[in-house]
Design a protein around this ligand. Structure first.
Ligand SMILES: [Zn+2]
Length: 598
């Protein structure tokens, strides 16, 4: 396996990205302006008001033994705690072991009872990773603590990122602003500001496949499926408290029915079903994992109904215009603000989700990318198109001068669009890149949507040559390796199917089998017609036999196959030539080189 070679350039890259030092710029063929025009940093006034929803605070619900622990220690999400006869029930445990500890510290202000039941509202990581901060694994094993989730929880968790993980891993940093310098950072529009920490996940012990009533610690609960933002999502109805708690189905923004980090198609129908499920309970208190608790039957009913109708409105209106023939680009321009009759305080702000990106994704999800104009089938290749446009506009310098004029006039979008032609034909045109970076900063500082704001500002860094997706990928690579222990060896090798260099492999047939002695896994990876197939058994050109620990080290590139065979860590049988060819059949690095420079 030569995919397991090469040194570790990402270690230094990671340090570089953390320090945000300037990296070397790409080969420069045109050098005019060495710096981007400076842009004054501004913040939408709305941010100050909106971020208050995510301040750390513990809310007791009336004088009942029910609390919402919001963003303890500034961490990303809330936990709902219910005190029963001899123990506590916790709905969501937060983003990390450290957040779990912060939750427990808050709990100890009002109760000495042990946590005996935990619910995971859904499979997104800010809801289940704090568990070890609240309970011990030994107590879970001994049956003293039960952990409840929906029955597709683990499956959804494992497939959340799936095949496009390398692309999403980079994009998540762009949309979350994690690589921005401190002075440019801002809160993520859904949640508390603090991220990071170690995983304190403990797998569920009990799962639900249908709405279920149960009594825990003398507390009556009704588990009801919502499945909106995530397919594993459910809420709790607590009749004695006249309260419902939901995960992420309702929070202080237009819901993020599309996420620009890239994710599977999220259908608004799921959100509507989720909110309808909440509305089916007449309650005095509504709690949630990113929600400031709401009170009063009428208030809850009115606000949640409007929130629900807003989702149906964007769903139905998007489809209405798709039926009228609107394509992705037209839909972006069609829904630019919330109609007055749907204004609903923080719940209709576009600080996290925005109609501008929901409507086009509706087209992509329901109709695909094609708008109906035949030029989209075999369009002029983008670089050639840019070259021709530049020529028609009078050449590079004319286009740059015009971009500059639009920039000075405050039309930053059009300036950026024009500059894109120049950058596309010459990635080394730093003058164009710097001006586009400035245009993105102008757009970013004026942007209310926190994910788009992050994207503009992070893209500006890439355009200036201060950050590359490779540097970002380097950071996430280490995080990815931290997970391999929990994956099967077969799945790890199987995921190489997305790295096959099909153009080189062609019809070549090579097979390598793995015999993982201690875990008992035996499988064969077979290359055929440019695709990788996984089979049971050890019928292959080359057979490698090793311990799981050696396998892990090989994957992490701590050791190389040839060396490990020589050292006796791997027993090898069959054709060395086949093994070498197999190793060369895959991309060394699955990550992108550029994202904003294109
Ligand atoms: Zn969440």
């Amino acid at each position: 396996m030569t995919l397991i070679s090469s040194s570790r350039p990402w270690v230094t890259a990671m340090l570089a990205v953390l320090a945000l030092t300037a990296c070397k710029e790409e080969s420069t063929t045109t050098q005019h302006l060495s710096k981007a025009p400076s842009v004054e940093r501004t913040w939408p006034g709305h941010f100050d008001e909106h971020r208050k929803h995510f301040e750390p605070k513990v809310y007791q619900i009336g004088d009942q033994r029910l609390w919402s622990i919001n963003n303890p220690g500034g961490w990303a999400a809330n936990s709902v705690v219910i005190e029963g006869d001899n123990g506590l029930i916790v709905y969501d445990t937060g983003l990390s072991h450290q957040q779990g500890e912060a939750i427990l510290a808050e709990i100890r202000q009002f109760s000495d009872k042990p946590v005996t039941a935990v619910f995971y509202s859904h499979h997104h990581p800010d809801h289940y990773n704090g568990t070890t901060g609240l309970v011990s694994e030994a107590d879970v094993k001994a049956g003293k603590v039960r952990i409840y989730a929906w029955d597709n929880f683990v499956e959804e968790m494992n497939s959340e990122f799936g095949a496009t993980a390398p692309a999403q891993a980079v994009r998540v940093v762009y949309y979350g602003g994690m690589a921005l310098p401190e002075k440019d950072r801002h809160y993520h529009g859904c949640c508390g500001a603090k991220y990071g920490g170690n995983s304190g996940y403990i797998p569920p012990t009990d799962t639900f496949s249908e709405n279920t009533r149960l009594t825990i610690e003398g507390i009556e609960l009704e588990v009801f499926y919502t499945g909106g933002e995530a397919k594993s999502e459910f809420g709790l109805y607590l009749p004695a408290f006249k309260a419902v708690t939901v995960g992420d189905e309702i929070f202080h923004s237009v819901p993020n029915i599309y996420t620009i980090r890239g994710a599977k198609f999220r259908e608004p129908a799921g959100y509507i079903r989720a909110v309808d499920a909440v509305l089916s309970y007449d309650v005095e208190h509504l709690l949630g994992s990113h929600l400031v608790p709401m009170h009063g039957k009428e208030n809850i009913r009115e606000t949640v109904t409007k929130f629900r109708d807003l989702v149906q409105w964007i769903n139905d209106q998007s489809i209405r215009y798709i039926n009228k023939g609107y394509g992705i680009e037209e839909l972006k321009a069609q829904f630019t603000e919330v109609p007055e009759y749907l204004e609903n305080g923080s719940f209709s702000t576009e600080v996290y989700g925005t109609f501008r990106h929901i409507a086009p994704q509706m087209h992509a999800g329901l109709m695909g990318y094609f708008s109906g104009d035949g030029i989209e089938y075999r369009p002029t290749e983008p670089v050639e198109l840019a070259r021709r446009h530049i020529k028609l506009m009078g050449g590079r310098d004319r286009v740059f001068a015009a971009s500059n004029e639009y920039y000075r006039d405050g039309d930053f979008q059009f300036a950026a669009e024009l500059l894109t032609y120049l950058i596309r034909v010459d990635h080394g045109d730093m003058e164009a890149r710097n001006l586009k970076a400035a245009a993105f900063r102008e757009l970013g500082y004026a942007e209310l949507n926190t994910t788009w704001r992050s994207w503009y500002l992070t893209s500006a860094l890439e355009l200036e040559g201060k950050l590359t997706p490779a540097m970002v990928a380097a950071r996430v690579k280490d995080a990815a390796f931290a997970r391999i222990e929990s994956q099967s060896a077969r799945d790890i090798i199987g995921s190489l199917r997305y790295r096959v260099r099909a153009e080189e492999v062609g019809e070549e047939r090579i097979s390598v089998a793995y015999d993982i002695r201690d875990s008992g896994e035996q499988f064969t990876a077979r290359l055929r017609n440019g695709v990788l197939l996984m089979e049971d058994g050890l019928d292959a050109d080359a057979v490698l036999s090793m311990s799981r620990e050696t396998f892990n080290r090989l994957v992490k590139r701590d050791i190389e196959a040839a060396g490990a065979i020589a050292d006796g860590l791997i027993e090898f049988e069959g054709s060395l030539l086949a093994l070498r060819s197999f190793g060369k059949a895959f991309d060394e690095n699955p990550f992108m080189e550029r994202l904003a420079v294109r």
